[in-house]
Design a protein around this ligand. Structure first.
Ligand SMILES: Nc1ncnc2c1ncn2[C@@H]1O[C@H](COP(=O)(O)OP(=O)(O)OP(=O)(O)O)[C@@H](O)[C@H]1O
Ligand SMILES: [Mg+2]
Length: 163
């Protein structure tokens, strides 16, 4: 599915719509270049999961945990130099049936993530195609967990419209 958002607020609202459908055990990968809006989506997803405390970028801390309807872990693996480091952090322990795990730059560590996951990819278009507040967001559910929710997910993101 592909939608288009205009401005940070819309991207956050899109995240919130996704978060409302998220369930314990989910892994959500946030992909896209520096400044594309991965953290904005993460904030929205956390809000949709009932997190009320402010969500801040985990760039330097690697991982932060929040309490919503269930535990919400937010990782940013950008600064990790190696997959080894990620294994030392204990990715396996951060992904369990109790909580939802959000992974910024998750596409960089794809092989370590469960095959069953939701991928949210943000793209900034070149200036001749759109202004700098526009993002093309591709949402792709992989595996049975998201297949079961594909109709609900499509309905939740439909209001955001296309390019
Ligand atoms: N449509 C939009 N959606 C999301 N962010 C937008 C949009 N338009 C402009 N922005 C701006 O883009 C920036 C996105 O920042 P954000 O920290 O979410 O990116 P990021 O992908 O997490 O970056 P990093 O790779 O550094 O972690 C914010 O400053 C936000 O205001
Ligand atoms: Mg970020």
């Amino acid at each position: 599915m592909e939608v288009c958002t205009r401005g940070e607020r819309e991207t956050r609202a899109l995240g919130e719509a996704i978060g409302a459908l998220a369930a314990p055990g989910d892994v959500i990968v946030l992909a896209g270049d520096l400044g594309a809006g991965k953290t904005v989506v993460a904030k929205g997803i956390a809000a949709g999961l009932g997190v009320t405390e402010p969500v801040v970028s985990p760039t330097f801390t690697i991982v932060r945990e929040y309490e919503g309807r269930c535990p919400v872990r937010h990782l940013d693996v950008y600064r990790l130099d190696s997959l080894q480091e990620l294994m030392e952090i204990g990715l396996d322990e951060l992904i369990d049936d109790r909580g939802v795990t959000l992974v910024e730059w998750g596409d960089a560590v794809g092989a370590l993530l469960p095959a069953d996951r939701l991928e949210v990819r943000l793209e900034v278009l070149p200036p001749e195609e759109a202004d700098d507040e526009t993002r093309v967001v591709t949402i792709c559910g992989l595996g049975p967990r998201w297949l079961a929710r594909s109709a609900a997910l499509a309905a939740a993101v439909a209001p955001f419209g296309g390019r």
